[in-house]
Design a protein around this ligand. Structure first.
Ligand code: ADP
Ligand code: MG
Length: 481
């Protein structure tokens, strides 16, 4: 029987507050080392922590999105350990009474199936500082700017069964916290870090011993680390060895993993309620306000786009992948009332152009107003689909409006019937052989043969004839109907 992979995730999500969890120091990324840690972050004697209300609001919003019970009473505890990046000797975190209780997310898998991943809980805690090893010889640097930065740690049940499922969950979580704007989602800056717990078993057996690979900060590394660890565990077990519960590190550059430490017993942390912080009690009003501030989440948006704009499941899911694309789309539709062409152009030409230039939709050279202007002119037959591509390119590189470009480049289609009739007559007169063939052909062959005459007429008008009108004229002249 094949091996089954079992995965549970612990995710650190950095909250996008302005200041720390218990102090007014800034959490902005990229400042000079040790310029953003204050006496409270370092727990200097005589200081007292003051909880950041915004962090609670964000944690509550997350809990609502996770279909979870909100801990109306939550308690901060001290998790005691020493590490160079934690000189205060303890991390302030939550254990027995976290702010977010059990919940779940339904994730979408590539085969279109959805799967429920249960959330065990999510708790609020402060981050530690950072050890810096580059630029130092024979010693390490310590940057405490990150000390006290608010995080929620999300802990899932071991519900995922493959790297694919774990990555799908991770991506969806990223989508949700960025849509909620409670996290900036900058993975490369460490704003979301994934710890992956992995074990293998024969289906139906109890859970196997797990290892934990820590601090993965890209979806690609996560996938690679899982695949590597699953292979290793199977190899170990099949050669008669036991899996040791341990913490591992994966290096995305070398694509190798190594053991960091065997799992420390959690009793060693000597958790106890923080004597400097009272239990936090949230009233219904606070929770209702957080709920009222929640934007529409990606899943709900997708369903609405399908119902309201008649988009396909596929188009709707691409357009709602991030809130900025969805907003751009809705602006275009509001202006031109052409929901399907708007989706096609955003997913097609616009996405291709953005990709090529490595830009995000926020940096698009074409605004929703400009794109809407173009779509209207395609829809009313002013320009051909070929002309539309030309307008799109000119909008991107030169700016202006679609109408200005159509005028300047002379892209207006000829749909004036008398002009097109004259051209059709001329082509019919000049091609007697093709005309005879056409008239002798059966009705089912004729539409295909019409292409020759349309092509000639297009040539004669330098591609500016409205193909719809042209088709009609030629057909009626050739068939005499
Ligand atoms: P601890 O108390 O040691 O932190 P938890 O029971 O809280 O352990 O689990 C931590 C994480 O590990 C959770 O995400 C959970 O889903 C996952 N996990 C637990 N047991 C297993 C297992 N056997 N295989 C894979 N993941 C597991
Ligand atoms: Mg745990």
């Amino acid at each position: 029987m094949a091996w089954e992979t079992v995965i549970g995730l612990e995710i650190h999500v950095q909250l996008a507050t302005k200041s720390k969890l218990f102090s007014g120091a800034s959490i902005a990324f990229g400042a000079e080392p040790n310029t953003q840690a204050c006496a409270i972050d370092l727990a200097m004697p005589g200081t007292l922590p003051v909880p950041n209300k915004k962090a609670f609001e964000y944690a509550v919003m997350f809990g609502i999105a996770a279909n979870a019970e909100i801990g109306k009473r939550s308690v901060f505890e001290r998790k005691n350990y020493f590490y160079p990046d934690l000189p205060k000797g303890y991390q302030t975190t939550q254990l027995a009474e976290p702010i977010v209780g059990a919940g779940y997310f339904d994730i979408q898998l590539d085969d279109g199936e959805s799967k429920r991943i249960r959330i065990h809980h999510a708790h609020l805690e402060e981050d530690a500082g950072k050890s810096l090893h580059e630029d130092f010889h024979g010693m390490s640097g310590i940057d405490l700017n990150r000390a006290g930065t608010p995080l929620i740690e999300v802990v899932t049940e071991p519900d995922m069964r493959s790297a694919e499922e774990a990555v799908a969950f991770a991506k969806q979580l990223h989508q949700i916290v960025t849509a909620l704007e409670i996290c900036d989602g900058e993975m490369a800056q460490g704003s979301m870090r994934f710890d992956v717990n992995i074990s293998v078993r024969k289906p139906g057996d109890p859970l196997g011993t797990r290892t934990e690979t820590k601090n993965l900060n890209s979806f690609k590394f996560m996938e690679e680390a899982i695949e590597l660890e699953v292979e290793r565990q199977i190899r170990e077990i099949e050669s008669g060895n036991k899996i040791v519960q341990e913490t591992r590190l994966y290096n995305g550059e070398t694509r190798k993993a190594r053991s960091m430490r065997s799992k420390e017993d959690s009793n060693d942390y000597r958790y106890f309620p923080c004597p400097d912080l009272l239990p936090i009690e949230l009233d219904d009003e606070f929770i209702d306000q957080a709920r009222a501030r929640m934007p529409e989440l990606p899943e709900a948006k997708k369903t609405r786009f399908i119902n309201e704009y008649g988009l396909s499941e596929y188009d709707a899911s691409i357009i709602t992948t991030d809130a900025k694309t969805a907003n751009y789309y809705e602006s275009v539709v509001q202006l031109c009332k052409l929901p399907k062409p708007a989706a096609n152009w955003i997913i097609g030409d616009l996405a291709a152009q953005l990709n090529k230039q490595e830009l995000s939709i926020g940096e698009s050279q074409i605004s929703p107003e400009q794109l809407a202007g173009l779509l209207v002119r395609i829809d009313d037959g002013t320009i051909s689909s070929k002309g539309a591509k030309t307008v799109f390119e000119a909008l991107w590189s030169d700016g202006g409006t679609a109408d200005e470009i159509i005028e300047r480049k002379g892209l207006k289609q000829v749909s004036d019937t008398s002009a097109l009739e004259a051209i059709a007559d001329e082509i019919i007169a000049n091609n007697p052989k093709q005309v005879d063939n056409f008239r002798a052909a059966s009705a089912d062959k004729q539409p295909k043969m019409l292409g020759f005459f349309v092509g000639q007429a297009m040539k004669a008008t330098q591609g500016k004839a409205d193909p719809k009108v042209l088709n009609q004229i030629l057909l009626s002249k050739l068939t005499g109907q």
